[in-house]
Design a protein around this ligand. Sequence first.
Ligand SMILES: Nc1ncnc2c1ncn2[C@@H]1O[C@H](COP(=O)(O)OP(=O)(O)OP(=O)(O)O)[C@@H](O)[C@H]1O
Length: 511
Amino acid sequence: MTTVPVNDDDPFKDPSLASSQAQQQTQPDVPPGSTLAVGRNASLTLGTDSLIVLDEGFAVSRDASNCCGLLPNKNKTTRAIPFFHILWAELVEWDITIRYAQTVSKDVVRVAYVNYTMEKTDREFVEAWVEKLLDRAYGASQRQKRIKVLVNPFGGKGTAQKLYVREIEPIFAAARCEIDAERTKYRGHAVELVENLETAAFDVIACCSGDGVAHEVFNGLAKKKDAARALTQTAVVQLPCGSGNAMSLNLNGTDSPSLAALAVVKGLRTPLDLVSITQGDKRTISFLSQSVGIVAESDLGTEHLRWLGSARFTYGFLVRLIGKTLYPADIALHVEIDNKPGIREAYSHETSQAPPTHDPRVIPPPTDGLPSLKYGTVNDALPESWTLVPHDTLGNFYAGNMAYMSPDANFFPASLPSDGCLDLIRIAGDIPRLMAVKSLLAIEKGTFFDMPHVNYAKVSAYRIIPRNQAHGYISIDGERVPFEPFQAEVHRGLGTVLSRSGHLYEAKGVC
Ligand SMILES: Nc1ncnc2c1ncn2[C@@H]1O[C@H](COP(=O)(O)OP(=O)(O)OP(=O)(O)O)[C@@H](O)[C@H]1O
């Protein structure tokens, strides 16, 4: 028998769970076929949420807390490995090996394994048990995903390659994923790589980067001749290795690379709304956010303060709040829900739905490119039903397709992956300074949505024309674009990501 240390937490009230198939008969809570005897003194049982490893050998394993392991520790014979953490299980000859992601700290999991040599008994039973374990471990998530990995060696602090090798790749490998990794060489390289990628050969494109490379990957898929099909079939995921890791926070529920890798291994295919942005003669795809005004300027206009780290955004924000900076613009909206009770209700409705067991979308034919634009481009006449409304005192125009924009900044708590809407926040720039500072604090506290001066709507399209400013900042998914009018239109569920829930973000919502 070979084991590496298993999580020492023992959540089991009754450590005397069956240690053999015979004993199992006396355990009414354990369905037949759940326990596998793996030697005279050890067994593996499929519990409710975990694999229960009962091994008397654990009790005498070396442990500093028990005289170098010389004294048997009767309480430590049963250990639990949550099914979510099980990466793979296999039977080779009569050797059973189970690999899993072991929690070594709050933010880190590492590959570990248990291995037993079985007695040559009922092979069919053992094979069926392994299959049941994999079933519980993966549920509706695809096993052995084929993953194209793109590493941005300059993402974040320049440690993406190191993080990939140390924190991510071992987890993918232990889960028997097929991996093809490549580094991006220059800005825009991911767009080119993905445009020319044989996407049918991969289930997932994983960006070991910040949100910037994920933005490029969606745009690369959008440039393909069979864009609609590629965007439906290929899931885009982010492994947090950059300075902005919103995508991973929202879908993997973490900005830890190893936990995100585990979430990707277990991720469920999830349709994601994508947004066409037309500006000048260009059409690009946005998956995360668009901002004009204080948010864009606090992020993009503070590059010279990079030495401040993440505080540069807060500093930039406060300077502009206190200065009551205004960003006047004319705005036309295609509103879907214009009031907070209605938004809350739409959100609650989705959260009350059972998680989907499969992706309901029909795969588009290979001849379909991007969907046509229902409302034309920014260069076309304004659609008849739209009205341009002057916002002379605008301070913040912020449209979000996901909830978190950074850790502790759940700006869009009502956002849903595929409701066909962007959540749009508009805040006047001339509100009292104290109220403005309170708004900033309210984002972290989760009370921002309900503040009366925060105008929150769900929209499916809009046009914004900045006014009376020679220069300024517009951010699309955190990337700077020209300070010119643009139009946005949501395409419901056009893209695909992997998420933990299959239909929600990993953020506290507005229920
Ligand atoms: N080898 C490379 N050299 C220079 N730029 C690159 C390279 N690979 C990717 N990029 C660019 O780096 C930008 C930022 O990437 P990413 O989002 O991964 O990192 P980040 O640290 O979160 O971003 P930021 O620098 O904006 O804070 C992307 O626009 C991408 O095109």
